[in-house]
Design a protein around this ligand. Sequence first.
Ligand SMILES: [Zn+2]
Length: 139
Amino acid sequence: MEVTSLTEGIIIDHVPAGTALKVLQLLHIDPAHTTLALIMNTSSKRYGSKDIIKIEGNQQIDLAVLGLVASTATVDIVQGGVIVEKLNPTLPTHVTDVITCVNPRCVTTIERGLSQRFHLVNELTHEYRCDYCDEEAKL
Ligand SMILES: [Zn+2]
């Protein structure tokens, strides 16, 4: 993996294998309008296999949203062809309007215009539950 192929941008590495597209979706990065490279299911010393996302340009990444779906990921900020900063995702204790409750009887499903709010219940298993109905989040 050569960093030099990217002059300005970010590299999201150690993304759990197979979840790169989900990560892009939750970060609201549109692959149709963004210059990016996806490397999926590449081998990783640490996790067996992983995905890597390289995004060109000055893209802002919400580290809390990244932590929600890919807490093991690392974020490298590249400027002038070198990594100038390394960031780690944070595990948010609350998330609003990122994931949607799957419970058909949940008030957020019935009433339009309500925020989708989830809270972290288990830091080790990264389990999130709906603020309204306690349904477990499906990522
Ligand atoms: Zn709910």
